[in-house]
Write a new protein. Structure first.
Length: 245
């Protein structure tokens, strides 16, 4: 059982996916948004919940895995002022990297938008390398695991150079995830998304749901990673470790 420190946890998509494999156990969260913290406290009541990553210090060897999708606002193509890792929010990668150096986990799993490839990937890989970590990465769309949206995301898996671990992501195909997604699957995802948007609109007009409640709930979902992807990555890590899951 690999222990997990879940950073920028949101509502726990990373931990939900990894724990589904049966080979990972979350031992701490770090999340600053109070609504998301309420969800984490409800679903993982016994797991310590830290608030501010800038104030978080943990001992070496605290966890086998550190995972998390650090803020993408300064990287995303949707943002006109793309300041990259120099931005106040996406710049929190520096705290993520600090914790990697302090804890020295066996694996690091990072998620962000594909915009990171042109706005900070060199810094991320350099920070990992300075701490003695090698890395592999891949863009994985949500529709590749059957979700009703394309939602391309960059996934990075890193591990100590001297550990002899490599090629975790090579197992993704054997675990049901292909590197490329067919045009048919993308079109199907977009059609399903249109249906979902219509259905969400009906919740308000037909059933009187509060607009505020609806927006808050959708915001939390939108902030979360798709759990099926960390689940498959977790299974790939276990396979690379020679552990059946």
């Amino acid at each position: 059982m690999l222990t997990v420190l879940d950073l920028f946890s949101g509502i726990g998509g990373f931990s939900l996916g990894l724990e589904r494999t049966g080979g990972f156990k979350t031992i701490a969260f770090c999340e600053i948004d109070q609504r998301a913290r309420n969800v984490l406290a409800d679903k993982w009541p016994s797991v310590p919940l830290h608030e501010d990553i800038a104030k978080l210090t943990l001992p070496g060897g605290f966890s086998d895995v550190i995972c998390g999708g650090f803020p993408c606002q300064d990287i995303s193509l949707a943002n006109t002022a793309r300041t990259g890792l120099a931005g106040a929010r996406s710049g929190l990668w520096a705290e993520y990297a600090r914790l990697i150096g302090e804890i020295r986990p066996r694996y690091v799993i990072v998620e962000n938008t594909p915009g990171l490839l042109s706005l900070g990937m060199d810094r991320v890989l350099g920070d990992l390398s300075e701490r003695g970590y090698d890395a592999e990465w891949r863009i994985i769309p949500a529709c590749s695991v059957g979700r009703p949206t394309v939602r391309n995301r960059l996934w990075i898996v890193a591990f100590p150079v001297r550990a002899g671990r490599k090629g975790c992501l090579q197992y993704l195909g054997s675990l049901g995830l292909t590197q490329k997604t067919s045009a048919q699957r993308r079109h199907a995802a977009l059609r399903e998304r249109t249906t979902l948007v219509h259905d969400f609109g009906g919740l308000r007009s037909d059933h009187g749901f509060s607009v505020t409640v609806e927006r808050q709930r959708i915001h939390q979902y939108g902030n979360a990673v798709v759990p099926q992807i960390p689940e498959i990555i977790g299974r790939a890590i276990l396979k690379a470790e020679g552990v059946a899951a």
